[in-house]
Design a protein around this ligand. Sequence first.
Ligand code: FES
Length: 154
Amino acid sequence: MSRLDPPRLSRRSFLSLASLGSFFAALGTAAAGIFRLPNPAVLPGPVRRFKLGPPEQFSAGSETAFAEQNLVLFRDDEGFYAISSTCTHLGCTVARSKDGFACPCHGSRFDSKGSVIGGPAPRPLPWLEVSRAANGDLIVSADNEVPEDTRYRV
Ligand code: FES
């Protein structure tokens, strides 16, 4: 062995270093997991409940589109109901048409109750839950679907 050759690592030393390295790698992984634990892996989406104002501001027979909330609120003689204006095909916003709703993206058409009458949409426009807040304002919960023809009476 010349003076420039690196010292030979014995098998015992190599295994000791490898086990020490594995120990610290496991310790680091465990520490990262512990520090990450308080943060949930899946974050809940925002609650989609919209206050739409006092019921008195909507007259019987009215329909009011809320573009930002993607819904249309109707009031008839039986009460209030809300229909989502998000197309069930790929999520475009439908517009009112003379026979109901029409999607500008791929041509789905829905009747005035949101049932599919043409195009690629796989299911009707959902009816959304209408309720009231503590201060009496109407609330629509966009995450809660209700059966068609459900009315909220005030
Ligand atoms: S997104 Fe409405 S028809 Fe495709």
